[in-house]
Design a protein around this ligand. Structure first.
Ligand code: SF4
Length: 446
């Protein structure tokens, strides 16, 4: 798998871009994680993976989107973005995730990328604004990988994303990137409507045929004002996603990213480990993109490094979460999120101003933390990379969340009759699973 992937990348990515990736993301990124580890040992936190949502606007209307895409445009201006990135670079960072809304609707996106040739950017996009001209410009600049989101085949895509012909328009942008020999990825938020189509070997083969270099499977988080809870995966499906990724990593010549497990398959939350935080379109520094509360803003004179390093809110958020769960606190403990926001009088950073109401409407559900169902990495490269540069960074050592209660709740949810007939590894029949698959029905409180 690895020789085939390396050969494919070498043949299809511009060598100058590959060198930028290897140096800015690979080498400097590794050093930034090492710095993070040293700081963490002193109890100081500044994330090596900083994500910036540079504006709220988007041309699509995806189900379950938590961004205020219909509100008046709010964006971070170029000067402030430059200052924030310079400050993070001065403290050893070299990687930045750029999100929106749709980042290519920001008038200064390309100028932003060009202003930081010593950094590497991953741009999360629906691909529809990437014309040949834009792709050529990205190639010229050389320090960004577009991560194009595809949420289903034709019908599912249009339904998930609220417009017609979404998939074809996205594929045109994807192909433009590949023609210009950019290192290009595809992201999918796996949910009920796309799991069978996109979590498949056939789909990976199709992506490889097109020339895509890596994929990133997220799992759908039902949050926000229109949370579409019916799209969320059941626990057995979460295990299925994990198993698929681990297996395909050994077999398919395509890179596969995920952000929820360490090298031995233990669940983790990147926010709770401190390895990643997020800046929203209003400049507010949030624990992660779907946790829209904050007490600090990048406009603060102290700059982003000091604002994050000294934030009592973020510290409490990381530590309290790590003591409660190895999974996603938003899904499992919306009550705890609300408590933390209240405790610190954190600002609701949504433009709609309804974050607390949305939390109150959420029913606790299982996330990636499914004790007893850990699937260790099988491919040596991922095992090694995660062991050193992507793991829980001992965030859960101090007050480990208790797996026993969790396991009991999980088993009783999947096997309410107690007849031991259902295991997580074997997906249950659709009827049984959907009846049992909703934690709210089983009274699970996380
Ligand atoms: S809280 Fe949930 S969505 Fe946010 S980083 Fe953690 S696992 Fe991801």
């Amino acid at each position: 798998m690895l020789p085939a992937l390396t050969w494919r990348i070498m043949r299809t990515v511009d060598p100058r871009l590959l060198a930028k990736f290897a140096w800015n993301f690979g080498w400097k990124g590794m050093l930034s994680v090492e710095r993070f580890k040293r700081r963490a040992r002193r109890g100081e936190y500044f994330p090596p993976f900083l994500y910036l949502s540079i504006l709220n606007s988007c041309n699509l209307r995806c189900q379950g989107c938590w961004v205020d895409v219909e509100a008046e445009r709010t964006q971070i201006d170029l000067g402030l973005l430059n200052r924030t990135i310079r400050d993070a670079k001065a403290h050893g960072n070299s990687f930045f995730g750029i999100l929106g809304g749709e980042p290519f609707m920001h008038p200064d996106l390309l100028e932003l990328l060009a202003s930081h040739p010593d950094a590497y950017f991953q741009v999360f996009t629906n691909g529809q604004f990437i014309t040949d001209k834009v792709a050529r410009k990205l190639r010229q600049i050389g320090n960004a990988t577009p991560l194009v989101s595809i949420e289903g085949l034709e019908v599912a895509s249009d339904e998930r994303r609220g417009k017609a012909d979404v998939l074809n328009r996205t594929l045109r942008g994807l192909d433009a990137c590949l023609r210009e020999k950019l290192l290009t990825g595809v992201a999918t938020s796996v949910c009920q409507s796309n799991i069978d189509d996109l979590l498949s070997e056939a789909w990976l083969r199709e992506l490889i045929r097109r020339g895509v270099h890596y994929v990133w499977y997220h799992t759908y988080r039902p949050v926000g004002p229109k949370m579409s809870a019916e799209l969320a995966l059941r626990p057995d499906q979460l295990v299925r996603v994990r198993r698929f990724i681990v297996e395909m990593r050994c077999r398919m010549p395509i890179g596969m990213l995920d952000a929820y497990y360490d090298h031995v398959g233990k669940a983790l939350c990147p926010m709770a480990t401190g390895v990643s935080h997020h800046v929203g379109p209003g400049g507010w520094i949030e624990p992660c993109p779907i946790l829209q509360f904050a007490t600090e803003n990048i406009r603060d004179d102290r700059g982003v490094f000091e604002a994050i390093r000294s934030s009592a809110f973020l510290k409490d958020f990381r530590e309290t979460t790590a003591g409660a769960t190895r999974g996603c606190v938003v899904l499992e403990r919306p009550d705890l999120v609300a408590d933390l926001a209240r405790r610190h009088q954190a600002r609701d950073t949504t433009l709609r101003g309804t974050a607390m109401v949305e939390l109150a409407a959420m029913k606790p559900r299982f996330s990636q933390w499914l004790p007893g169902e850990e699937i260790p990495e099988r491919h040596w490269m991922y095992r090694l990379a995660k062991k050193y540069w992507f793991n829980d960074f001992r965030a859960y050592d101090r007050t480990p969340p208790e797996p026993g209660t969790r396991l009991k709740a999980l088993k009783s949810m999947l096997d309410p009759a107690g007849n031991q007939g259902i295991t997580l590894s074997q997906p249950s029949s659709p009827r049984t699973a959907s009846a049992a698959g909703s934690p709210e029905k089983a009274g699970v409180s996380g």
